[in-house]
Design a protein around this ligand. Structure first.
Ligand code: FE2
Length: 153
């Protein structure tokens, strides 16, 4: 197995940890701002996403401490566009989730063929985040519309 650049891997993992923690705050914030007929299922979905982001943050943190390094106490960027339509909330969620996905893909490239554990972790997370993004994309389509609003990958 090839040698892995541990500093770079830890930096990527810390970036993921911060991004996922920002997701916890973002989803919790938006879950407080949903009104109208669809409120109950959408609030519940947003809170599930907050919990999932927390679980992902914890997993990234566990990987950092597994490597004997210090987990960041920082948090990724949070922007409040004050746009409260469900479509705007979903679009922002898709945009920020795609940043997390890009970090997981960078991590994958940094660990591939170098650490089976980290490769397996990165692969599972890419799978989970892509399924998640696909789900959001389906929610953003109009009923009866089949074409994806975003390009896969
Ligand atoms: Fe995530």
């Amino acid at each position: 197995m090839r040698e892995m650049d541990k500093d770079r891997v830890v930096a990527l993992l810390n970036g993921i940890l911060e991004q996922e923690l920002a997701g916890v705050i973002r989803y919790t914030h938006y879950s407080l701002l949903v009104y109208g007929f669809g409120r109950i299922p959408i609030v519940s979905w947003l809170r599930d996403q907050a919990n999932e982001s927390l679980a992902h943050a914890q997993q990234a943190g566990e990987m950092i401490t597994h490597l004997g390094e210090y987990p960041s106490l920082g948090i990724g960027p949070l922007l409040d566009k004050h746009e409260l339509s469900i479509a705007a909330i979903l679009a922002e969620s898709l945009e920020t989730e795609s940043k997390a996905l890009a970090l997981y893909k960078e991590l994958m490239a940094a660990v591939e063929g170098r650490s089976v554990m980290l490769e397996e972790y990165a692969r599972q997370m890419i799978y989970a985040e892509e399924v998640h993004a696909g789900e959001v994309d389906k929610m953003m389509r109009k009923p009866g519309e089949l074409a994806a609003t975003r390009k896969p990958g």
